[in-house]
Design a protein around this ligand. Structure first.
Ligand SMILES: [Zn+2]
Length: 252
């Protein structure tokens, strides 16, 4: 169910244990060969596929494209909410849904820069509602749900998300090929080792002059379909767990 299509009495009549999916993404540079709306296009496609399967078992809010992309601001076209503002925007959205009685809220993310502030948002919101035992506040980034697409198609080289990389370029080739530039002019930008296992603060120009990380030259629409299918299946697994949660316990 899409919240945007509903009338308020329809929302009032919903079972408030219905999981609410809140898609979030970004509008930021994606290298020389990919559109700035890449993360939002891909997240919307995943949500479309999730809704085909989950139907009326979930309520879906419109995608919030305004993300936390300050680490890409050196590149023209990037639009970004700075981290504290972004946390507050997410907190406010969660508070709105809690005010309307919903208890199972899943922020469904499609942009790496939203990961840290998104987790902070569900953490802060939980502290604010300390007296509640019936709130399920989840944040998830779609490529971190346990899918292993490289085991389904062994020609997929990457095993972690890059940026405007083999994975993202393949998925845009699958749904909007006319938006992808000439891949023969793109080069490999290695992932490198940013002092792992430490977590290093970085901006994109530390890592990549053209703006992407990974090797987009190996992308294909066939790989894109495999990636979409495996990420969708993993997301449905999480949604099934959120539906099946008993409403009180820690385990799920
Ligand atoms: Zn991206």
């Amino acid at each position: 169910m899409q919240l945007a299509d509903m009338k308020w009495p329809d929302v009032a009549a919903l079972d408030k244990n219905t999981p609410v999916i809140i898609p979030v993404a970004a509008l930021e540079q994606h290298g020389l060969h990919m559109p700035v709306f890449t993360d939002s296009l891909l997240t919307n496609e995943l949500i479309r596929r999730i809704e085909l399967e989950a139907g009326s078992r979930v309520l879906i809010t419109p995608l919030m494209w305004f993300g936390n992309s300050h680490h890409h601001m050196e590149f023209p076209g990037t639009l970004s909410a700075e981290p504290r503002l972004y946390i507050d925007l997410l907190n406010n959205l969660l508070e709105n849904l809690i005010a309307h009685g919903f208890k199972r809220l899943i922020i469904f993310n499609g942009h790496g820069g939203n990961d840290t502030p998104g987790k902070q948002s569900v953490f802060e919101t939980r502290q604010k509602h300390r007296d509640r035992r019936d709130l399920l506040l989840l944040f998830v980034t779609y490529w971190n749900l346990g899918a292993e697409p490289w085991t389904i198609d062994t020609t997929i080289n990457q095993q972690v998300m890059g940026h405007a990389c083999e994975w993202e370029t393949s998925m845009v080739l699958r749904i909007r090929p006319e938006l992808v530039g000439d891949l023969s002019k793109v080069r490999d930008v290695p992932f490198g080792n940013p002092f792992e296992p430490a977590s290093r603060g970085w901006i994109m120009t530390d890592r990549s002059e053209p703006g992407h990380v990974g090797d987009p030259r190996t992308a294909s629409p066939e790989k894109g379909e495999t990636l979409f299918a495996s990420f969708t299946a993993a997301a449905l697994g999480l949604i099934n767990r959120a539906c099946a949660w008993n409403g009180q316990s820690w385990d799920g």
